[in-house]
Design a protein around this ligand. Structure first.
Ligand SMILES: Cc1cc2nc3c(=O)[nH]c(=O)nc-3n(C[C@H](O)[C@H](O)[C@H](O)COP(=O)(O)O)c2cc1C
Length: 441
């Protein structure tokens, strides 16, 4: 029998995923001001858990409240009193109600932490976002300060402590986020990491932080607890992390006992993770992967699989059951990751499993944010900002809907999605900064 999306997968640690569909990490912004999980997380993940996927990943959970990806994401950083731990456990219970695996995605935002909450983020080097592509992209992020070696060591321990907290709360695995330009990806990238000590320069130095996190996590969690890593197949920027380097790091991760490698790509300087090829040497391969295999990174995974035994998950672009089955049967991937479609149809895995001709919704293919949808008196800069954010906000707003116990609102207008998202984020940033100041007082 050829492998298809319904085939269980045994991981190297001994755990089994009941099928080959995973809901990928999607940042929620649903935590309270102390960055604890809430009832909205429970409602959203119960919905997804009953939807039939073999694996659910949380959106990124931060290890350091002074460098968050968003003000209202969950963090594990000395902020969990008894109530906070109970909330985390309730989230883990809700996310496993359907019998699936539920892993916590663990992250440090590095220089991608927004300036509205982090005037000066930390990073491998004091290089701001946008330095490689021009100043336009840099406005939303402060100029980072380079971490010293003691801080790097302490952060490695924080990644591991967060993983231990996840296991104690009832999450059935963890995934370390080393993709999309966050801290671990910044260390991997020669564009963001100009260090001259043992954490920069040669690839083995740039990969040291990620490998130390995995090595210490394996030691702390034991041999039978699932550990995953999400890593870029490339940064899709000239001079960035390359597919050849990704392959070498993947081999090291395999040797360190990683159970599942999720491949993605890009950063806030290049949106490859959403299928935009950019202008790097690898871009033509991304375009070809999308055209031939539907998903953006399958051809990268296929090349890696020639030298790799570790299970590989690819996220980005998969929409039809046929393309998913074809990628699995070819041995190019072991798990199919789904992001945006899960925001629109939480029961999608069930439908895909039942029907070989099933196709997920993909409104992103022809999203044309229209300025005419904005009220006449809206300031042009605000309209432009809302429309620029709309293609992501449209999906993020559906998580807010489901978190409130409502069905996704597929008729939500693009301008309205972007406007609501930006308004909510600005209010959250102001309230969160005030609450942090109160906590410090
Ligand atoms: C609203 C939104 C939030 C996201 N948040 C995260 C995140 O927290 N962690 C992560 O690894 N990727 C995140 N991503 C990227 C997705 O996991 C995924 O790689 C991307 O959506 C491409 O997959 P898709 O074509 O199935 O949507 C996010 C994407 C979107 C649209």
């Amino acid at each position: 029998m050829p492998i298809d999306i319904s085939t269980p997968l045994a991981l190297p640690c001994g755990a089994t995923l009941r099928n080959r569909i995973a809901k990928a990490g999607l940042t929620e912004g649903l935590a309270n001001l102390r960055n604890q999980a809430t009832e909205a997380h429970c409602r959203l993940y119960r919905r997804w858990s009953l939807g039939g996927a073999g694996l659910l990943l949380t959106g990124n959970v931060l290890i350091d409240r002074s460098c968050m990806e968003r003000p209202l994401n969950v963090a594990v950083d000395g902020n969990l009193d008894e109530g906070g731990r109970a909330a985390l456990a309730a989230w883990a219970r809700a996310g496993t109600e359907g019998g699936n695996a539920f892993w916590m995605q663990i992250n440090h935002a590095g220089r991608k932490s927004p300036a509205s909450i982090t005037p000066q983020p930390v990073a491998p080097s004091a290089i701001p976002i946008g330095a490689a592509v021009g100043p336009g992209r840099a406005r939303r992020h402060g100029v980072p300060r380079a971490l010293d070696e003691g801080e790097i060591e302490a952060l490695i321990d924080r990644y591991v402590a967060t993983a231990v907290t996840a296991r104690e709360a009832g999450f059935t695995g963890v995934q370390f986020h080393a993709a999309h330009g966050y801290l671990l990806a910044e260390f991997l990238s020669p564009l963001a990491n100009h260090r001259q000590d043992e954490w920069g320069g040669a690839l083995e130095n740039r990969a040291r932080m990620l490998l130390e996190v995995v090595r210490r996590a394996r030691q702390a969690l034991g041999a039978d607890y699932p550990i995953g890593v999400k890593m870029n197949s490339a940064d899709f920027q000239r001079g960035g992390f390359t597919p050849g380097e990704a392959e070498q790091v993947a081999l090291w991760l395999q040797a360190a006992g990683v159970d599942l490698l999720e491949l993605s790509g890009g950063s806030s300087e290049s949106y490859a993770m959403l299928g935009q090829p950019g202008e790097s040497e690898e871009s033509a391969l991304l375009t070809r992967s999308t055209a031939e295999r539907e998903a953006y990174f399958v051809l990268f995974a296929e090349a890696m699989r020639k030298v790799l035994d570790m299970p590989v998950m690819v996220t980005g672009g998969f929409r039809s059951r046929r393309a998913m089955d074809a990628a699995l049967a070819a041995g190019a991937v072991d798990i199919v990751g789904l992001g945006r479609p899960m925001c629109l149809e939480p029961d999608l895995p069930r439908r895909l499993l039942a029907d070989r001709d099933a196709v997920a919704p993909s409104p992103e293919a022809d999203m044309r944010p229209d300025p005419a949808a904005a009220p006449d008196d809206a300031p042009p800069a605000a309209v432009q900002a809302a429309l620029a954010r709309a293609p992501v906000a449209y999906f993020a707003e559906q998580m807010v809907e489901m978190g409130a116990g409502r069905a996704p609102d597929l008729k939500l207008g693009l301008y309205e999605a972007g406007r609501r998202y930006l308004e909510r984020e600005a209010e959250a940033a102001a309230a969160w900064c005030a609450a942090r100041a109160d906590e410090a007082a």
